[in-house]
Write a protein that binds this ligand. Structure first.
Ligand code: AVI
Length: 313
């Protein structure tokens, strides 16, 4: 078994400064990457199992049913790189079909990533597995020295790209292009535009798991920044904005209230929102324009029940 883990700790200062800046801004917002503490990772896995949230299930079915096609289109590869790999469960299908010599997985939640990647290394004894606990949105370039030479494929599933506004998505895909190299490839999955009622239900599941995921951010700030948010005084509020083509997720203040965070006080008016996430939905042509602006050329694409996977070179 070959497994290495390298931690690029996310400074507590980043959380503090991003949150203080976001709460001082108008409108207030916090970057969605801070959802994913241990409880947040667990809640996200639970979201994926909700009947209304078909995204993960549909992507899994698409990948399983089109795998031979996808593998043939991707061609021979030396290394798969998966930013935001989480539990490392999605990449298994690709490992089985593509047989790369190296796998490099990156995630902001270092400890769960290390555990999952080590299990993967045990399950695939011939595979060299490198796990990098890092905020790849900030530190992606630091991964470059950890990559083996050869032909690389960046795998970015799960519509994670939809959590960035289009210009930020273009910037991230440009950095992926540089990391993959001139002969590199990108395999990316994203949620398609569909009936807004379906989208609304997906982010407002009846069991309240998405609400718990959103509100967990406040618990995290209470724990890690000594904040005094009362989650009962905020409402999970998610809706589809058809003009912008995105789900917007907010925490809406149910009262006029003042909250203290890291020793600073912030006032919320009744009905004011703290914006926590965008989740953009695309048409296939819209997405290939974004990827094209980042230097990627569409090689192939697959679609199933409102979800798309595109391969770029
Ligand atoms: C991780 N990301 C693609 C999910 C999404 O659908 O935007 C996160 C999520 N937020 C609420 N539900 C799921």
């Amino acid at each position: 078994m070959s497994f290495t883990f390298q931690d690029f700790p996310v400074a507590a200062d980043d959380l503090r400064s991003d949150v203080l800046a976001g709460l001082a801004a108008c409108p207030k917002s916090i970057p969605p990457k801070y959802f994913y503490d241990e409880a947040g990772c667990r809640l996200f896995e639970a979201i994926c199992a909700q009947p209304e949230y078909a995204l993960c299930r549909t992507e899994r079915m698409l990948m399983a049913s089109r795998l031979p096609d996808i593998a043939a289109a991707a061609g021979p590869l030396d290394c798969i790189i998966e930013p935001g790999a989480g539990e490392c469960s999605k990449v298994r299908l690709l490992l089985d079909a593509l047989h790369p010599a190296h796998l490099v997985v990156l995630d902001i939640a270092g400890a769960p990533l290390a555990a999952a990647a080590q299990a993967l290394a045990q399950a695939y004894p011939g595979l060299v597995v490198t796990a990098l606990g890092m905020d790849f949105i900030r530190d992606l370039e630091a991964a470059a020295p950890c990559l083996p030479p050869g032909r690389r494929l960046i795998y970015y599933p799960g519509s994670s790209i939809g959590n960035f506004p289009p210009d930020t998505a273009t910037a991230l895909l440009t950095r992926f292009r540089r990391l993959a190299g001139a002969d590199g490839r990108l395999l990316i999955g994203f949620d398609l535009k569909k009936d807004p009622l379906l989208l609304h239900a997906a982010y407002n599941d009846a069991a309240g798991i998405t609400a718990a995921f959103n509100l967990n951010l406040l618990e995290r700030l209470n724990r890690e920044l000594g904040a005094d948010f009362d989650p009962a005084r905020f409402r999970h509020y998610a809706f589809y904005n058809p003009v912008a083509g995105r789900i917007e997720m907010h925490l809406l203040s149910l009262a006029a209230q003042t909250v203290s965070v890291a020793g600073q006080r912030f006032h919320f008016a009744l009905g004011e929102t703290l914006h926590t996430e965008y989740s953009y939905k695309f048409r296939r042509d819209e997405f290939s324009t974004i990827a094209g602006n980042a230097g990627w050329e569409l090689a192939n694409e697959w679609e199933q029940q409102g979800f798309a996977v595109q391969l770029y070179g």
